[in-house]
Structures are given as C-alpha cells and as structure tokens.
Design a protein around this ligand. Sequence first.
Ligand SMILES: [Zn+2]
Length: 411
Amino acid sequence: MQFDLLLKGGRLIDPASGLDAQRDLAIADGRIAAIDADIPFDRAARVVDATGSIVAPGLIDLHSHVYWGGTSLGVDADRLAAKSGTTTFIDAGSAGAGNFLGFRRHVIERSKVRILAYVNISFAGIFGFSQTVAVGECSDLRLCEPRETVAAMREHADVVVGVKVRSGRHAGGSSGIAPVDLALEAADQAGLPLMAHIDEPPPGRSEVLPRLRKGDILTHCFRPFPNAPIFASGAVRPDMRLARERGVIFDIGHGMGSFDFEVARAMLSEGLAPDVISSDVHLYCVDGPAFDILVCMSKLLALGMPLVEVLRAATQRPAEAIGRTDLGALAVGAVGDIAVLRLRPGRFTFVDAVGASLVAEQSLVSDGIVVGGTWWPNEAANDFGDTERFEAHGHETHVEVAARHFGHSHG
Ligand SMILES: [Zn+2]
C-alpha cells in the first residue's frame, strides 16, 4: 500500500499556492505524499470521501486558551479540534514562566492535536479569570520579569512561538504601558514576536501600536469602543494604517468582548481586512459568542471577506506569524495537517461581542481533520442538520455577552 490515507474528490483550496481545484490528496508517514486530479482508491489503506467538501490546510488558531485544568479559562483542545477544523492551537499566554512546565507536561505533550504557545510576560500566566474573578496578571509589575520569561522561552523553544502581554485597565490595572515595554524586551532578547492584547484604556491602542515591530501581533484588532480602531464616524484611525504599512499583524482574537461587527464592516470597507482570524476561545466564550475559529471565519465570510481570504487568514497567515511555514499549506512533503470543511447553506444568526446580530446564508462546518497524517472525524458533523445551532446559542449569548462585556476584562 503506497499511501496511509486518501482524501478523495474534494475541492482543494490552498491559499499559499493559489490552488483551488478538485484534487485528491494522499498522506504517507504523516506527510502529504501526493496531490493529483485522480489518485486510485486502491493505492491507500484508508479513503475518506471528500466529495462536496473543501480540503484545506489544517486551521491554525493563533489565539486560544487550552491550558485545560491548569488555568480557570482553559478549554480542552482535543474536544474542540475536529469540530472546529483546527489542527494547531496556539495558546496565547495562559501560562507564564512559573507554570509553563505544567502546561507542557500535562497538556501539550498529552494532547492529540498540535499545541504551541506564547509565554505570558507575567510569571503566573492568566491566573485570576472567571465570571466573577478578574485579577489581571499584569496588575502587579513584580510579576512581569523578562529574565524568567526568556529563560522559559529558551527551555521550551520547540513549542514556544513568542511572548504575550495583556495590557489595559482590566489585565494590567494601573500598570499602564510598562508590561508592554517589559514584554518587548523579552521578545527582543528571545528573538521572537510579541502578541499584544488591548482592552479598555489605559493604555490605549495609540500607546501600544507604535511600539509594535514588523511581525508583532495586535490581537483584538477589531475590538469595540472604547479603544476601537475606528472613529465614531467609521473612519479608520491613522495609527492602524501606519501599523499595517510597518508590517504589524492584525489578529481578530474574538473572545468574549473583542469583536464588533460595526468595526469589522468599517475596517473591511477601507481595505483593512484582518491578517489573521483567531477565536480567543476560552471557557467563557466557547458556548458563544466566539464558539471556535470556524464560527469566527463564518462571521468574516458573512461580512463579505472572500472564502479564500478567510481560509488564508486561518492557515497561511498564522503559520507565517509563528514562523512555521511547514504548517498552513498543502504542499507535497508538508506536515499532514488537513481540515475537511463544508459550506453549509441555511439561515444562521451570528452574534458579536456587543450583542449585535448578523444573519448569514451559509456557515463553515467541519467534517473532520487530519493531524500528523491521522484522520479524525468530527463526530458531531451530522448533528449540524439544523440551522438553530447558532440561533439558539446566539440568543442565549446575546444577553449573557452584553452583560459580561461591560463587567469583564478578557479579550
Ligand atoms: Zn486571550
């Protein structure tokens, strides 16, 4: 038998190479072994019929929280993977230097799905976050220690992709911009990018953004007022344009409170599409409004972003942002991480982080994923039959999120 797995008859979309055509894709020894118009059934040990589906690179969720059990906000990556088409979860600073080893030993190494991580500049990581507890990990600057952060980044270099900082009134209390400067020093010393979260000022985006270097990431880039990237008139703030020209990466990071349809519409209409679509999925937004990366992608699709660009923002772009161009593309020889997705027609009501809704005629759903060459079906794929999936959650979420949005901190 030449191949371990054959995905047959799908519409293969690989934004990195520009290929969008019906192709069969075969896997051997954990890697993509062949991409061809017709690969015979009998050449593979296992065949998955992908007729009517989209075969894309496995999705890379650049901003997630998957330190399950070790942090209050963590979700179980393995439970979310097949359902959301995600083959790589990038944890955005759930752990700091003080508890990174536990994250690695108890979660990353045991997980079936790929997990990489940003190390939080705060030694303790995100330690005080729930529906009722909101103690920002950067509110005590004694916790922001670049030496410890860099040491952890070096020790775990095989799974670490950068430094994370959460500045803002909620995550940083009265620390102002200081955590960002400390995180930048750590990022510079380690030679890796910084992912900067913004919430409610201070510090405002106008303080954070000019500090970011080419390849650094602004997450929560389409957050609502206050600290939104647009004026009340809808015009884009000039610092956003300057940052884009400089090569700062704009990442959605939807989460509980950080994605606003009105802001997204304004940004898209001025040609400032997000570079990366990520979910910021955590325990308090996994049942809405963010749900997972596929729902976030479906929202951008509904706002008019073309399908190939939506896919690019969840594959090629995040792979580039973490310097892992062996992921996020469908080339022969590349890692065998694949998402088999479908555009499901129906009537879907999506809800953003401020409770606004958007009705869409289609939504992306997952048939399953291939991680490191192994097929992993989405067991819930056939439960999607109803279009109430988001409507039901949506209305429920509407109320909860509107309330949470003003009382809570996290992106
Ligand atoms: Zn987050």
